[in-house]
Design a binder for this molecule. Sequence first.
Ligand code: URA
Length: 228
Amino acid sequence: MDRLDKVLSNKGYGSRKEVKKVIRKGFVKVNNETILKETFKVDINDLIQVYDEEFIYQEFVYIMLNKPQDIICSTFDENHMTVLDIIDDKTKGLFPVGRLDIDTEGFCLISNDGQLAHKLLTPKNKVPKTYEVHSENKLSNEDILKIESGMIIDDEKCLPAIIKEVNDYYELTIYEGKYHQIKRMFNKLNNKVVYLKRIKIGELNLDSTLELGEYRYLTEEEIILLTK
Ligand code: URA
């Protein structure tokens, strides 16, 4: 059971202070009864309505974060801020689904849904992840062929990837998530990644309106898109 103000605030209905006001003004109902106390306890079986609209109290949380550099994709770190430190949602059990390097920006999915994480991360499922890659040098046609036919890096065979040149960078889609995979692929080609940003997981694009460090909850449609 959680406090009503905490549940609503965690799900983006405003700060705890703002949510308290909304509750005290009588705009929140639990099981069709107006609740005026923010300390009222609710659980996922309760029907919660805010301004008469049903609020979906989900067991699982799905957050799209536009990760900035210098933030670690981990639940805890002694020396750096983690992606969990920069989100206000304090739901227990949240973790970043997959790792981005400290200097990689972009789409970091944060959830407490272990099953979905497994589905998205297991190499068996070959879920595509697309990155914007800026490299020190331009790739040759031969390099592109190597990437597309599946490179071998440190004795590990990578799945064939898809690469597209866009202006002064590349859009690269890989189907697994080996350690520092893209940087190692470019190193192997005697090149160097100078900027990396994840822009898509599966069929879901990073919301281009999210500034670095900003996040939002996925919509129902987006959750379906990720889980299908
Ligand atoms: N490949 C990398 O090298 N780094 C990342 O953060 C993601 C993919």
